[in-house]
Design a binder for this molecule. Structure first.
Ligand SMILES: Cc1cc2nc3c(=O)[nH]c(=O)nc-3n(C[C@H](O)[C@H](O)[C@H](O)COP(=O)(O)O)c2cc1C
Length: 392
């Protein structure tokens, strides 16, 4: 596992996998158990000054992930600072305190106490798609309007206050709802003086309906929640790449990871650490160890000896396209068939709308280069790496 060792903001991680805030950060005992799966780091659920129970039900599994309306930690900050973090620290993983204050001073106070009780790093969440309305439903006396998605000033004020209060790395976690204002947030985080960026939290607000009753599947005023899991990865991956390119800060890529190849994609997009949350919730904590094990195998299969060698590779590829003027390829480039890997499953033939690839009983896939338009669909549906995309 030596080749997976990773340094992030000066901290040593056994490997790049972390478990970002979620139910596996609900208390110190669970965090301890999860850290035994071998992950490099684990986050607490968001520690807040006014914990509350969740509005139930709070989970709904959807096609490619889940919608959840989970609130911050239901444990008091007192619990976290006297017992929770200390217990989590008994495990092997670095302990990251995810916390939020209603004011910069409150956030700084929570961060200071978290570090005193042993937290190795602070993570500051920015926005959650369902949080505003759930807070208002639970605390009607409290006026809590949805924050503006383009106002980075409250985040900057909180980070500045936290940075003055603690001497461990402080990382800002962008919301998936910033998908269209990623650039503004990347610059804002850089200006705030944060040490790193995590990208991203859930997208939404999202809805799932129970067709037996017509009810929104989740509790709460409108029954909306945040969408997480594989459905969001192509967006959070793009955000991660943009954030890495624009901020130059160390990045934690989060969103939709279920496999070792997903981890590599985040690293190629520029991430140093990679978070896995929903996959562990949906399939159990064994997923974390499996992904770490598969990561080494996938690296070996691709001839990658160190994550450092491929970190930001896609950024370099994009820069190369730009510098070589290859911004719009329109000439078809047919894929190459890797004959020894073809299982004749015919998945490629089924999806080709141009009848440009065919598999017969007695032979592997053959590409008709006169009919192929080079769209790449057959390559992406092949599960056996039997078709290799060619690039100009
Ligand atoms: C059940 C659940 C609870 C979560 N709670 C928090 C939280 O308290 N604070 C936070 O910053 N993110 C929270 N998240 C967001 C995750 O940390 C992560 O950013 C998001 O789920 C995307 O990663 P994934 O697709 O691997 O799940 C939660 C996610 C889930 C699924």
């Amino acid at each position: 596992m030596g080749k997976l060792r990773t340094t992030f903001c000066g901290l040593d991680f056994a490997n790049p996998l972390i478990v970002p805030a979620g139910v596996h950060g609900r208390d110190g005992d669970v965090m301890f158990a999860v850290s035994e799966s071998g992950v490099g780091g684990i986050c607490t659920k968001t520690i807040v000054s006014q914990p509350a129970n969740d509005v139930l039900p709070c989970f709904s599994a959807v096609g490619a992930g889940m919608v959840n309306s989970v609130f911050g930690s239901d444990k008091s900050s007192e619990y976290w600072f006297t017992e929770g973090i200390k217990r989590a620290k008994e495990g092997r993983a670095n302990v990251i305190a995810n916390l939020a204050g209603f004011t910069p001073e409150e956030a700084a106070g929570l961060a200071e106490s978290a570090v005193k009780s042993g937290a190795d790093m602070i993570m500051v969440p920015t926005h959650c798609p369902h949080m505003g309305e759930i807070l208002m439903a639970m605390f009607p006396e409290m006026h809590f309007p949805e924050p503006s998605l383009t106002d980075v000033e409250p985040m900057k004020a909180s980070v500045k206050a936290i940075k003055e209060a603690v001497d461990v790395p402080v990382v800002v976690k962008l919301s998936g709802t910033f998908a269209h204002v990623t650039k503004e947030w990347a610059s804002g985080v850089k200006e705030s003086g944060a040490d790193g960026i995590a990208c991203a939290d859930a997208l939404g607000p999202a809805l799932s309906i129970d067709t037996r009753t017509g009810q929104p599947a989740l509790g709460g005023p409108r029954g909306v929640g945040g969408l997480t899991g594989p459905a969001i990865m192509p967006i959070t991956l793009r955000m991660t790449l943009e954030v890495a390119m624009l901020s130059g800060l160390p990045v934690i890529g989060i969103g939709g990871v279920t496999a070792a190849d997903d981890v590599l994609q985040y690293v190629m997009a520029g991430a140093t650490l990679v978070g896995v949350c929903t996959a562990g919730h949906m399939k159990g904590t064994g997923e974390y160890g499996r992904i770490i094990e598969d990561l080494e195998k996938r690296m070996d299969g691709l001839g990658i000896s160190s994550l450092d060698d491929v970190r930001g590779l896609t950024i370099r590829r994009i820069e190369q396209r730009r510098s070589e003027g290859k911004v719009a390829v329109t000439k078809p480039v047919p894929p190459k068939v890797v004959a020894e890997k073809c299982t004749r499953c015919q998945a490629c033939e089924r999806v080709c709308a141009y009848a440009a690839i065919a598999v017969a009983d007695d032979r592997v896939a053959v590409v008709d280069e006169t009919a192929c338009i080079g769209c790449g669909l057959c390559v992406s549906v092949c599960r056996f790496d039997a078709l290799a995309q060619q690039y100009y």
